[in-house]
Design a protein around this ligand. Structure first.
Ligand SMILES: [Zn+2]
Length: 276
């Protein structure tokens, strides 16, 4: 009997899994793959129901982290994720984490879980978000390091090296960004006084498009688990089923590397080359 394929998403915040790759996680979980989620922070710097940290209605960073962890676990369970691991970095501080420590921690998870496929943000961090960029870099390094017998780390000494077969970056084209930002809100991150905006990938650079239409309502249920962030998602509530399907019905990726397939043809399956 063939081994169950394993897919691991490594992301920065609670809600990245639902808003970013919810359809993909739900689809592969429903098809019997084992889906693992690694989330770097507990979202402790976020707003609470729209209230900023300095507002008396905000429960404080620690309480918010606990609330958001519970929301993350609920959303992951809706999506069919088998296991959620939290690295417990501080929200908005991931790019200042010690890279050796972060990579070592992710290597430990990769060696333990032994995923066939790893998904993370691209180098653009979707809209230049420093946490997203950092997790992309750490995860990319970790997929390489996990396979390297010479990459030593005390706590994971007992674990065997593991070679991930395929690594993917989230890669949204212009059309997805347009639909997303008109339904949702314009996503920007301001870093050192400079505003960063959505960074669409050129269509020709997208290697992989996954049809997730039958999972849009699952994705929407997962998004709704993130109740403390609900004001940010408010406008999504008014969408028609057709709008929802257009938003969550297709997810695109850039195949960073694959040791099991290749070529120029566009993939429609992250497990192409892995399952028969
Ligand atoms: Zn995020």
């Amino acid at each position: 009997m063939m081994r169950t394929p394993k897919l691991m998403a490594v992301l920065a915040h609670p809600d990245d899994e639902s808003l970013g790759v919810g359809g993909t996680l739900a689809k592969y979980a429903s098809e019997g793959a084992d889906v693992f989620l690694l989330t770097a922070t507990r979202g402790d710097s976020g707003r609470f129901r729209g209230y900023r940290l300095d507002d008396p209605q905000h429960p404080g960073p620690l309480a918010l982290a606990n609330i958001r962890e519970a929301e993350l676990r609920a959303a992951a369970s809706v999506l069919g994720v088998r296991e959620v691991s939290i690295l417990d970095y501080h929200d908005q501080h991931l790019d200042r984490a010690n890279p050796r420590d972060a990579v070592t921690t992710i290597v430990g998870h990769i060696r333990r879980v032994q995923p066939d496929v790893v998904l993370t943000f691209g180098p653009d961090g979707a809209y230049g978000h420093p946490d997203h960029i950092a997790i992309s870099q750490f995860t990319t390094a970790a997929t390489v390091a996990a396979a390297d017998r010479a990459f030593p780390c005390d706590e994971i000494e007992a674990l065997q090296p593991h070679a991930v077969s395929k690594l993917y970056y989230i890669a949204w084209p212009e059309s997805t960004w347009k639909a997303y930002q008109s339904a949702f809100r314009k996503l920007v991150s301001t870093v050192d006084g400079i505003e960063r905006q959505a960074a669409p990938w050129p269509d020709w650079a997208i290697t992989t498009v996954i049809d997730t239409r039958s999972f849009w309502s699952t994705v929407w249920r997962a998004i709704c688990c993130h109740e403390s962030q609900v004001t940010a998602y408010g406008r999504l509530k008014d969408l028609s089923p057709d709008d929802h399907e257009a938003l969550w019905g297709q997810q695109s990726f850039y195949r960073v590397f694959s040791t099991v397939n290749g070529g120029r043809g566009r993939e429609t399956d992250l497990l192409e080359g892995i399952r028969p």
